[in-house]
Every structure is written in C-alpha cells, then in structure tokens.
Design a protein around this ligand. Structure first.
Ligand code: DHB
Ligand code: MG
Length: 197
C-alpha cells in the first residue's frame, strides 16, 4: 500500500463515518492561512479522540499542543465546547502553573506538542490525572523512525525517551498502536492511570 492508497481509504472512511463540518473546515483553513503545518490529526482520528472522551464522560480535558485547534474542537465537542480555555506559552511552564493553581484532575489528556518533551509532558499529565484518567500521546511511531538506529534527531529521541519512561511507569497501563492514513505511517499511545497519583 502506498500513501496514495492510505489517503484514499481515509477519504472513504471519513466519507462514510466522519462528515466534515464548517467549523472544523474553517479551523483547517485558518491554520493554512496562518502558515501552520498541516500536521493536525486526521478527521477519523479526531473523531476517535471525541469518542474516547465521550465514552469516559470526560468533563475536564487537557490538551498539550493545540496548533490550529482542530483536535481541540473534536475534544471540546464531547460536551465542553462552551468552556474552552487556551493558555499560550511553553507548555512546561503552563503545566507547572496549572499544578500550582490546583487545576484538575483531568479526565483525559491529549499530548500532541513538540516531541522532545514528550516524557516531561507525560509526567505532568500523570500528576494532573486521577485514577481512571486517560492519557493519549500522538505520533509515537513516526514512519518507524522510532526503531531506525540511524535517526538521532531530538524529536525521534523524544519519542524513544517517552517509551523508556512509560515502560517503567507503574502508575499507568499503556499500549501503542501503529496507524496509516492521510497523515502517513504513525501511531498513538493510550494510557490508563491505574492509581491515584
Ligand atoms: C509532526 C507533529 C505532529 O504532532 C504530527 O501529528 C505530525 C507531524 C511533526 O512535528 O512533524
Ligand atoms: Mg500530532
């Protein structure tokens, strides 16, 4: 299978199951107009995030890395669209402030920011969780870059560090799944927080 076929199948899936709507389309257009890279989640993945949030009855969601808010809209439409709060700035600073403010616990955290800090973000996500919270991490495969020994760039290393960290983290039960589609070959991890952090 080629990228072209993966994209066509994603189009088929979305055509049947994930109707596009003007607000999501407008977010993508605004992202493009602002010169943001087209690295938003695919529509069927956005819907998956929404289904996961709805299935756990999430009332409080943390997204680390928002880009043009495409995934934010999917998550907010899990019944929270009237109360989105955006905090702009280096996420590690924001996370530390959230903890100081006693914000949370969050029912679901979606980590989709710079990959270099993935394990730090994950550490914060656990801190800001409760037993039963979900933590989802995007881009944990990167076209297999994660196992490519010739890749030493910081963004791939950040993903590897994340695996090392979570493999030894007893507070979560976690898996990762490879995906192909309109955004290429990648994957996501889903963790369930199994103790009160
Ligand atoms: C990149 C980042 C993402 O979050 C993503 O979903 C795809 C690509 C990137 O930095 O290249
Ligand atoms: Mg991503």
């Amino acid at each position: 299978m080629s990228q072209e076929q993966w994209t066509a199948v994603d189009r088929y899936i979305a055509g049947h199951l994930v109707p596009s709507d003007p607000v999501l389309e407008a977010a993508l257009q605004a992202s493009e107009a602002a010169g943001l890279p087209a690295i938003n989640v695919a529509p069927n993945q956005g819907k998956l995030l929404q289904l996961l949030a709805q299935s756990i009855g999430a009332r409080n969601i943390l997204e680390i890395g928002t880009l043009g808010a495409y995934s934010t809209i999917w998550l907010a439409r899990a019944g929270l669209a009237d109360r989105v709060e955006l905090r702009l700035g280096p996420a590690l600073d924001t996370l530390s402030k959230l903890a100081q403010e006693g914000v949370g616990p969050f029912d679901l955290t979606f980590i989709d920011a710079d990959k270099e800090h993935n394990s730090d973000y994950f550490r914060w996500a656990i801190k800001l969780s409760r037993r039963g919270s979900l933590i989802i991490v995007d881009n944990v495969v990167r076209e297999g870059g994660v196992i490519d020994a010739s890749r030493h760039d910081s963004h791939i290393q950040g993903v590897r560090d994340f695996y090392e960290f979570v493999a030894a983290e007893p507070r979560v039960s976690i898996t990762a799944v490879q995906t192909v589609g309109s955004k290429g070959h990648d994957g996501f991890a889903i963790a369930l927080v199994i103790v009160d952090p």
